[in-house]
Write a protein that binds this ligand. Structure first.
Ligand SMILES: Cc1ncc(COP(=O)(O)O)c(C=O)c1O
Length: 524
């Protein structure tokens, strides 16, 4: 038997003695080359292709009753048909199958996740722990008010914190998502204008607003009028003035906008709209650029929604519950969704007796677990901490933008907020697209950023580093992007054929959309 020499370095041992490492390229010294290899990611067949006859994932004591036919014992409508080819598996087969699949997954707990416009930030685990405490997790929505004082207090105080952060007068925690908060807000605007006897029919929406703003204005039965942004990526007040008249109910402004820029003329725009009797809706979903720095209410905003599942410690995406509280100015208070939480003396009450309310937006009181996480996050960060988080989010995005400028085209060359937008204009001459750049990042072990959004930017590549990333992880990403820019010049085919180091390479996206194969069929 061969003996491994004791003085061999780990690299030598791997290369000489373990056949799997033969041919592995030697790491160079740069940060980029220290990327992970994929040697331990095992191939994984479908679960239907695994197992063996007679394998079981359970062990039960021997029957002490006579065995009978399932159809004699179980009602017909509850009986499952035999599924041809259904696998027989042991416990360890099942555990390994799902564990391996989970290891192919990529999330913010495994690495940098720079999706712009979506704030996929890392959230402190302590807030998850708090939300899981049995007093919160097991409370029943029909529990009487006098036995629910603790949670009513939490919700009442959370409303107060969010009002303070946004500079508004009241908050409803009911909406279950950002778009749902928008709808609640627009319904309150409608109710308010109707109470004034005004049946306005239009809503102004800039081309830099989030897509949900357009859909919300239509769902709330308004006709949308688009406002074009200028070469600085801003809404020009004169464009708003040109469209503003007694037909217009409101303007819906996303701030920071989808270019990752702060709408610096918002106060002037608010004055223009108010002067003609309209209201200002602000989409504050990406509040983690503003917390503790700007209060949207101070800029003339009448209604703003917040995505707790972005800024306040609940992950965005992933299909979990969200929460899109909506904050309003005093004038809109009569129209708040019911029930409204009120504090009478030292007692908290749910008030449903509000005749002008737009009604219930959701069963019960909102996604309570998400509210607990937000409350816990705000208390654990404190005012200073929240401000610091926003400062870091903005600093990180600007650091990244500054270092990548020159390697990728920057259409709006000015300080950004929490995210920045590049394009593939420099790479076009090598026939390399934004999609190729994003796919190549996967080979380097990074989740790609948002691509082809916002729509107003051709070939957009939108990066949001978030406040929790260290300088080292930002540098690793930046240097990888620089390397990719170099590859685009020297070996564009490499980018066009990437990713190579993954289980599933580039898909035929048209075929996948037109003929999706969504279930297993034996023999296919
Ligand atoms: C600016 C902005 N507004 C609204 C939304 C909609 O939020 P939701 O997905 O919770 O409906 C998003 C979501 O990413 C957003 O980024």
């Amino acid at each position: 038997m061969d003996v491994i020499p004791a003085q061999a370095g780990i690299q030598d041992i791997r290369k000489e003695w373990i056949p799997a490492f033969a041919g592995m390229t030697k790491y160079k010294d740069s940060i980029v080359d220290k990327k992970r290899d994929t040697g331990l990611i095992q191939d994984e067949p479908l679960i239907f292709e695994q197992g063996g006859k007679g394998r079981k994932g359970y062990s039960l004591p021997r029957w002490d009753i006579e065995e009978g036919e399932a159809s004699n014992l179980i009602p017909f409508n509850l009986l499952r048909e035999e599924l041809e080819g259904f696998p027989q598996l042991s416990e360890v087969d099942v555990v390994r199958h799902f564990t391996r699949l989970s290891q192919w997954n990529y999330g913010v707990d495994s690495g940098f996740y720079p999706l712009g416009s979506c704030t996929m930030k890392y959230n402190p685990k302590v807030n998850e722990e708090v939300a899981r405490m049995s007093g919160f997790a097991h409370i029943h929505p029909y529990q009487p008010e006098d036995l629910s004082q603790g949670i009513l207090k939490l919700m009442f105080e959370l409303e107060g914190f969010l009002a303070e952060i946004t500079g508004m007068d009241h908050v409803s925690l009911q909406p279950a998502a950002g778009a749902h908060g928008e709808l609640a807000g627009m319904m309150m605007i409608r109710a308010c204008l109707q109470a004034r006897g005004e049946g306005r029919r239009k809503v102004l929406v800039p081309d830099t607003a989030h897509g949900t703003n357009c859909s919300t204005s239509s769902i709330a039965s308004y006709q949308m009028v688009e406002i074009k942004s200028n070469e600085k990526g801003m809404i020009p007040p004169e464009n708003v003035a040109a469209e503003m008249n007694e037909e217009v109910a409101a303007i819906m402004v996303t701030n920071p906008n989808t270019l990752g820029l702060f709408e610096e003329d918002l106060r002037e725009i608010a004055e223009i709209v108010h002067r003609k009797g309209g209201l200002i809706y602000c989409d504050g979903a990406n509040l983690n650029a503003l917390m503790g720095i700007v209060k949207l209410g101070d800029l003339g905003v009448d209604v703003v929604h917040i995505n707790l599942h972005k800024t306040f410690s609940t992950p965005h995406g992933g299909g979990g519950p969200g929460s899109g509280p909506v904050a309003i100015k005093k004038e809109l208070a009569p129209y708040l969704p019911i029930p409204v939480i009120e504090k009478v003396g030292e007692t908290y009450k749910l008030n449903e007796d509000r005749p002008l309310s737009i009604g219930k937006m959701r069963a019960f009181y909102g996604n309570f677990g998400v509210l607990v996480k937000a409350y816990s996050y705000i208390l654990s960060m404190g005012a200073e901490g929240l401000r610091k988080a926003s400062e870091m989010a903005v600093l990180n995005a600007n650091y990244l933008m500054k270092r990548l400028k020159g390697h990728f085209y920057l259409p709006y060359d000015r300080p950004c907020m929490h995210e920045c937008v590049f394009t593939d204009r420099f790479q076009e001459r090598y026939h390399v697209s934004t999609l190729d750049i994003a796919k190549r990042l996967i080979d380097y072990g990074f989740h790609p950023p948002t691509i082809y959004f916002p729509l107003v930017v051709k070939g957009a590549l939108m990066i949001e580093p978030t406040e929790t990333e260290s300088k080292e992880s930002l540098d690793r990403f930046i240097e990888t992007m620089m390397e990719i820019a170099k590859e685009a010049e020297e070996n564009p085919d490499l980018l066009r054929q990437s990713p190579q180091k993954v289980k599933v390479k580039r898909l035929d996206e048209v075929l996948a959309a037109r003929k999706p194969k969504l279930k297993w069929t034996k023999g296919e």
